[in-house]
Design a protein around this ligand. Sequence first.
Ligand SMILES: [Zn+2]
Length: 428
Amino acid sequence: MRKIKFGRKEERTGSWRAILAAAGLLAAAAAVSTGCQMKKYEKIELTGISETEEEKEEREALAPSEASDTVQNPPRKAESSPVGAEITKETAPEMEARDETVYVSGSNVNVRDFPGTKASVVGAMNQGESIKRTGYSQSWSRVIYQGRECYMSSQFLTTTQPAPLETTAAASQGTSAQAGEVGLNSGWKYADFSKINSGKAILYKAEGANRKGKVVCVNAGHGTSGGSSVKTLCHPDGTPKVTGGSTAAGATTAIAVSSGMTFSDGTPEAKVTLALAMVLKEKLLARGFDVLMIRESDDVQLDNIARTVIANNMADCHIALHYDSTTNDKGAFYMSVPNIASYRAMEPVASHWQQHHALGDSLIAGLKGVGAKIYSGGKIDMDLTQTSYSTVPSVDIELGDKGSDHSAASLDKLGNGLADGVELFFKN
Ligand SMILES: [Zn+2]
């Protein structure tokens, strides 16, 4: 049986109906482009198998009221709720106009699209990070986050610069985590949905004068021994997949990490995605990006959810590298978020799908720029586990398929295109 942990009791006030209403509100807000939506992005998920009796039991045990609480009410540690939860833009507190730089004085402090703890979380900031404040009330501050008006709890903002923490991991884990191994923190949102998580990702920090202060998670697809005999929930709220792929539409669980395909020449996909990841790591570090490598060997014990949650908490974007299972060398594309209302209204997809698309579009533009072959419009809609749990810009990008060239020269070219795409994404 899956164990579900919840956030603090006081954050678990939403009924199933209230959550549905909130999701509707979010969808409406997204439609009129209010709030603090930034970039878009998307990601891919794993394979699925038809549901067994045991899985059905598990799903029924989860659905829907309890499972849903874990979706809308993340247990963000550093945010107590200074204001009631029902605030919208219309009922927001009066704000004094400000034009000042303020600093974050907490770890993982939420950035929201409305001033209220029920508002959608669009990002998080850490100790010492600065942000422009344009409005102030005792409870909430209006800030400019990635070019948009957003809100943060005033109690975690200060006009004097506090000492920065080493990394998010250091803040969340209470350890002195620096560049080095990063494991899954069980307190992170959605961490409980992962079933394979004893492995460690590795954080590298750029050292040149061109440091960007951005962490790019490079996720070499596949490469988890035993991953295909374990299943995880497709969606954090227990709802079924909305599109078919390696996991059929309608399935509520999918393989935790599949083994991947085999190229026409007999090379395993996992080997090529790893080789490409190593190439991309060096290129990103040289360009001043910090890099979080999910995997640097043939086997890391991190399932797709664990990889995603680590990226959510440790990186500014998440790029999963894959090759598709067709054989006609059809070119590169990313997995875009299906335009299905229920899926785009489900958190965290609702708050982040546009960021996923922005990242995917940037990567495809970068690949195009180096002359890589691109499939059709450069994207295919897919409901993926990665996308379904991502709270930072996140895509599954397929660099080709079984018929594609995966020589060192080809990987070098793709690495340049992807690095160009990352630069483009953060410039936009
Ligand atoms: Zn793959």
